[in-house]
Design a protein around this ligand. Sequence first.
Ligand code: PEP
Ligand code: MG
Length: 587
Amino acid sequence: MTFTVHGLAVSRGIAIGRAVIVAASRMDVAHYFVKTDQVEAEIERLRNARRVVVEEIGRVQQSLADLGPSDAHPELAALLDVHLMLLQDEQLTSGVKHWIVDRHYNAEWALTTQLEIIGRQFDEMEDPYLRERKADLEQVVERMLRVMRGVASPVAAPAPAPAEETAAEPAADAPLVLIAHDLSPADMLQFKQSVFAGFVTDVGGKTSHTAIVARSMDIPAVVGARSASHLINQDDWVIIDGDAGVVVVDPSPILLAEYGFKQRQGEVERERLSRLKNTPAVTLDGQKIELLANIEQPDDAAAALKAGAVGVGLFRTEFLFMGRNGRLPDEEEQYQAYRRAVEGMQGLPVTIRTVDVGADKPLDRAPVRAGEDHLNPALGLRAIRWSLADPAMFLAQLRAILRASAHGPVNLLIPMLAHASEIRQTLALIDKARAQLDARGQLHGVVRLGAMIEVPAAALTIPLFLRHFDFLSVGTNDLIQYTLAIDRADEAVSHLYDPVHPAVLQLLASTISQARGAGKGVSVCGEMAGDVGMTRLLLGLGLRSFSMHPSQILAVKQQILRCDTGKLATWAQTVLTAEDPAALMAD
Ligand code: PEP
Ligand code: MG
């Protein structure tokens, strides 16, 4: 029966495919298709993993028996029996085989898919003892996954084959969409290389980092869909409408045809926009507008160039630091990554932001530590605060960026500054990093220094920032979050997350006008910059530099080509002083 689930539209377009329900903690399992002639080998890996785990358990059972009756642990022995039983379970083994044989999933993917299905059945059991056996099942599967990790697939694991290649596979007959309760930004990195054509999560806000990465991947996505991961079943047909924030489950043929038509229309529109790639972004009254790209990984530089960006306005370097079980990239690894981004941009400037972890971008999946769950990480040790708390780590990053600047123009951007003391410490550390490189005789270039304005305290003390920095970049995602006291990742308050709240607009307008008055560069790199509904207002407020996901550049450019900044400046003043600016946005 068809039903719809509503959430927040975060990344445009329509995806139609079969649902794959994945627990966030299992995102780091590789997801790829195997070829027909590799199916048997994949099943063999599975059999082997089961055999190894059965032997492991057998050895533990034997050592328990050796202890003799006085030291016997009856609960442990019973538990091991349960684990053995689960390993022989017909539903688990035949189900996993089904995903490999009929769908050509790799063994790990097949195993975790079947785990989700059986896990749900356990959740629904009345008997609490039986319900708790789900944890045993998870342990058994984890053990098998561990064994399989040591015995790589004969296929190119863990990097999955690209979707286009695999689409030709006989069993990969329909695109797949991922449904999860939650995905962290680190999960999204996994997701970026996977076979899924769209995703839906139960939680998340419009400017949560999960949503931001979805936008950068340019795939349809809906977040904050509440109980979607419970309502949707493994393998259900699903339509994701990333423009409307709607998920249609088990659609009727008429709905499928309607959304299929919309999907094709979207493709035609993209094709039309792509013709603007080489058109300069100049308004009707001759104002030249700078359109820059936001990137998360060095390889994203290619998408930036393809979209016609004239540089990178924000390289979120924290994605190099996440999902590594706390092992941070050293100076050399970072240098190579920054250098790749700089060289990838072929002489165009790259703005590298120092690491911004914390809040909804934790380093890894570690849950909130016991005793700290009352703390608000968005107000805690995040971004520059985190960097200044570990000067050795920060210096390594600064040296890596300075070294990369020898390969092309680099701007160095500092996130979340609010205090004069933070500015002083940061500048002192940049000097120190340079001195260290000089002492080593290592090459480094000249960088322009920029400050992100994303805390109201900073927006209210712009002259301080203009004295110390060459340019400003307004992080509207956080500026809105901190001005309105709205957690940007919390869908429960997403209706109050208002980019055109008069307080936000005033901070934005005064930041732009003060920077321009001082002859310094100012850009916006928050999600607002890539929202075509905001382009006129930002131009009217005097903004001439926008940084956004590559996928948004051409649509924003199209809007710019139709604008007259003189007329917009007058209109923007009325919006700025209105009680309800949102009501004037369509004028
Ligand atoms: C912002 O806050 O607007 C911004 C660009 O930084 P991030 O989204 O990474 O916090
Ligand atoms: Mg920010």
